[in-house]
Design a protein around this ligand. Structure first.
Ligand code: DLL
Length: 428
């Protein structure tokens, strides 16, 4: 059941002692980088004067802008010690680059092996990796992890949907790694090919890299006949393998022997108690080449209260509710894209895709929500479609407090992405 029982089930007090020791070691390593040497000196922080985990509040934050503008000044080892680089997908601007030493790659692979083992992946499994290879961390990160664990790994990457289905049939794929919106889309390919995904030996899916709701997970699990586990990570902190769900599926265990987790009030930047949603701030505790301290992820989530029945002591993070920088302001009301998805995906008439367009009309904000409707429902007469449109509008209004304009469209007509889904287009 456990890949590394000692670390995964460590007593909290011992885990915190380990974290403190590793935090001090990491500070020592970080002092080798020109960027942190200056930052830490200015803040008067040395490894010696950090004497408890609470002292972390004395360490300055690191932001995406720091990573972008400072580049190689963050390296704590000579460039010659680095064996790989990745760059963030740049969904919110220019990419940031992360460098890894050989040890960093090995630690990262261990963490992903640990994560997948936790969900039941074993040697003998056939693992089809449908995430992007290349600069994105999703593909290679899981690839090394699956090989480390000993699963037969199919490095196919995303896209080419018919081929994905054929590979599953040919090699008897039992586990997939896939972006949740692509998992939903792939169902249409199965349907066109006349293949029932439930007839395949699939039993595990690792889904992550983009926010998605519990309803989306349920849809994936039911359609494919498997268990889908949420996986969270970001390039700045290695990539995937920062937090992962266990079979309880009640939040993602953050691997706290390798990452120090803080959930802070985004305004006051003070720690929040379990159950309260705030900004996730993470610190590397084991990275050698380019440790990152107190990285402001902008992701919003809460620590799940209480202990997990699986026996692991590492705290669990709730689903990511959105990013503080993807909050939309429409007619002065704050709206997170996940609220829209929550409403839509809970409706059986709605297909798997939607698109939100924000416009300005007569100096007013207008939110247009284009929704794909399931085949059977679309064939209904106009009266039914009109009623459905009204129902969706009312449900969105009650969740968002803003009345959107809802447009129903035929299935498979909205644009698709093989990578992270693009759901919001702001034309204002
Ligand atoms: O998306 C790493 C990754 C790859 C994670 C494969 C999981 C699986 P970036 O491209 O740097 O790295 O994007 C990181 O994606 O800050 C979140 O906003 C979002 N994100 C990642 N995982 C989840 C998730 C990879 N499970 C950014 N739920 C993060 C919600 C997620 N959002």
């Amino acid at each position: 059941m456990y890949w590394d029982k000692t670390h995964e089930t460590m007593d909290r007090a011992d885990l915190e002692l380990l974290q403190l020791a590793r935090l001090r070691e990491t500070l020592q390593v970080a002092l080798n980088s020109p960027f942190y040497r200056e930052r830490l000196q200015q803040a008067g922080v040395t490894p010696e004067n950090i004497s408890s985990l609470e002292d972390i509040s004395r360490i300055p934050f690191t932001t995406k802008d720091d990573l972008r503008s400072q580049g190689q000044a963050l390296l704590a080892r000579p460039l010659a010690d680095m064996v790989r680089l990745h760059a963030s997908s740049g969904t919110t601007g220019q990419a940031t680059v992360i460098y890894y030493t050989r040890e960093d790659i090995a630690t990262w692979a261990e963490l992903l092996a640990r994560s997948m083992y936790m969900t039941g992946l074993r040697p003998g499994d056939v693992f089809q990796n449908m995430m992007g290879y290349g600069l994105f961390t999703g593909g290679l990160g899981f690839h090394y992890g699956a090989e480390c664990l000993g699963a037969l790994t199919i490095p196919v990457g995303p896209g080419n949907s018919q081929r994905q289905v054929q590979l599953m049939q040919q090699f008897g794929t039992t586990a997939v790694h896939i972006i949740p919106s692509y998992a939903l889309y792939l169902l249409t390919t199965f349907a066109h090919m006349g293949v029932d995904p439930r007839s395949l030996p699939l039993r595990l899916a690792f889904v992550g890299a983009e926010p998605h709701t519990e309803d989306v997970r349920r849809r994936i699990e039911e359609a494919y006949g498997l268990k889908a586990y949420n996986s969270y990570g970001l390039s700045e902190l290695n990539g995937p393998g920062v937090a992962f769900e266990c079979p309880e599926q009640k939040g993602m265990h953050v691997w706290e022997d390798h990452f120090l987790l803080e959930v802070l009030d985004p305004q006051t930047l003070k720690p929040l108690p379990p159950g309260e949603v705030g900004e996730v701030v993470l610190t590397n505790l084991s990275r050698q080449g380019m440790p990152v301290l107190r990285y402001r992820t902008r992701d919003l989530a809460a620590v799940e209260p209480g202990d997990c029945a699986c026996g692991r002591s590492h705290r669990r993070l709730s689903r990511i509710q959105g990013r503080s920088d993807d909050m939309l302001i429409i007619k002065g009301v704050n709206i997170f894209p996940m609220q829209i998805e929550q409403v839509l995906m809970a409706m059986p008439e709605v297909e798997t895709n939607y698109l939100v367009e924000l416009k300005r009309e007569n100096f007013n904000d207008l939110m247009l929500v284009k929704v794909e409707v399931r085949e059977g429902f679309f064939k209904e007469d106009l009266r039914h479609l009109h009623a459905l449109q009204k129902k969706i509008t009312a449900a969105l209004k009650s969740e968002l407090l803003v009345t959107p304009k809802v447009e129903l469209v035929e299935p498979q007509t909205l644009p698709r992405s093989e990578g992270k889904a693009l759901r919001i287009v702001d034309l204002r």
